[in-house]
Design a protein around this ligand. Structure first.
Ligand SMILES: [Zn+2]
Length: 199
């Protein structure tokens, strides 16, 4: 047996249903789903879609609660440049970019890898960037109950880049602040830290 294997499991019934629908879509747009390059496409597309929307069945609160540790540290903890990939709920096209998240502990810290996982749980759904920002913010705020939490997301939207207004270089920024980050000095310190390159 391999020392490590990362198994992917798909619900066969759901995969099959989604696969059949993708096959119809491919035919409807004027393609031939039986030609060699496309034969397996409906199944691959179905699995990709189920992967990209797996967040509906995941519990971000549980992820955070599983790695909370008592600690007296009460300065700002910042995790910046968290890669983010989501699907816009209006066109089901990707939007992608970076999340920058900070919190000020209130007796508890959380395992650092859990913050990016919380981002993924909410990003792997049909989203709008505004709600994604708030989902992450409220989840950390309610679960960790820190002295403050801040979330900034910068993202490019394929639905703007490939269709519609075709603006290739625009980036949308959304942000949310709770607790001590509602104070202008704390917020500015955070914004300064995420925009500086320490290295
Ligand atoms: Zn869109």
């Amino acid at each position: 047996m391999a020392p490590y294997s990362n198994l992917e499991e798909y619900n066969l019934e759901i995969t099959d249903e989604v696969k059949n629908r993708y096959a119809s879509i491919i035919n409807e747009i004027g393609e031939n789903v039986t030609r060699e390059g496309l034969v397996k496409t409906p199944e691959r597309a179905a699995k990709a879609m189920l992967f990209l929307t797996q967040g509906y069945k995941q519990d971000a609160v549980e992820i955070l609660q599983g790695a909370m540790f008592k600690e007296d540290y009460d300065d700002m903890v910042i995790i910046k440049d968290i890669e983010l990939y989501s699907l816009c709920e209006h066109h089901m096209l990707p939007f992608f970019g970076k999340a920058h998240i900070a919190y000020i502990p209130n007796g508890h810290i959380v395992g650092l890898s859990k913050i990016p996982r919380v981002v993924d749980v909410f990003a792997r759904r049909l989203q709008v960037q505004e709600r994604l920002t708030h989902d992450i913010l409220e989840c950390i705020n309610d679960t960790l109950q820190p002295k403050g939490v801040a979330v900034v997301i910068e993202a490019s939207h394929m639905c703007m880049m490939m269709r519609g207004v075709q603006k290739q270089n625009s980036v949308t920024t959304t942000s949310g602040f709770r607790g001590q980050f509602e104070k202008i000095e704390t917020r500015n310190e955070f914004l300064k830290l995420i925009s500086s390159n320490l290295s």
